[in-house]
Design a binder for this molecule. Structure first.
Ligand SMILES: [Cu+2]
Length: 182
């Protein structure tokens, strides 16, 4: 009796694996039908965050694969990440002209450079050493894809820096102009 049950369990597990395999195959197949476009952004620190790194994007049809690798982020904090910009306008990263009289590039003062949020990405949590290794795949709705198109007119922004001894999750920590890559 005990043997019988374990045999059924093994059979079910094998069936589940088979199903998972089939699902993986079919999604890979449909994704490869559309050409992939690669984009990359080299990040520059804002607000003396010390953040350096890259954000890479691969757009295949409605599928957006995001890979962010950076160092210098406020450790063990959640960092909001966005693609900023507006269709028909070239977004850019804030310059020294965006520094307010309080001495920071604020969410608002950066606005004329990077524009509004075009697409919100999942927040990334920095490790104890301030590293962020973030990978995610999003399936974009038609209006979401339209908002980030073309991607090379947009910028990537990650938020959250220490300001006057306190973590401020809104202040931009780094920005990178997104350009086409091979
Ligand atoms: Cu943002």
């Amino acid at each position: 009796m005990k043997k019988g049950i374990s045999a059924v369990t093994v059979t079910l597990a094998a069936f589940a694996l088979l199903l998972a395999g089939c699902g993986g195959d079919s999604s890979t197949g449909s994704a490869s039908a559309a050409p992939s476009q690669h984009y990359t952004a080299t990040l520059a620190a804002l607000n003396d965050s010390g953040v350096t790194g890259t954000a890479d994007f691969t757009l295949t049809g409605s599928q957006l694969v995001i890979n962010v690798k950076l160092n210098g982020a406020t450790a063990k904090q959640g960092h909001a990440q966005h693609i900023h910009g507006t269709t028909g306008k070239q977004a850019s990263c804030p310059t020294i002209a965006a520094v307010t009289k309080e001495g920071v590039v604020s969410l608002e003062s950066g606005g004329p450079f990077y524009g509004p949020v075009a697409l919100g990405l999942q927040p990334a949590t920095a490790s104890a050493s301030g590293a962020v290794t973030f990978t995610n795949t999003m399936t974009l709705k038609a209006d979401e894809k339209a908002k980030i198109s073309p991607l090379n007119q947009h910028v990537y922004v990650i938020h959250g820096v220490m300001n006057k001894g306190k973590y401020d999750g809104l202040l931009p920590a780094a920005c990178g102009a997104i350009s086409t890559a091979k």
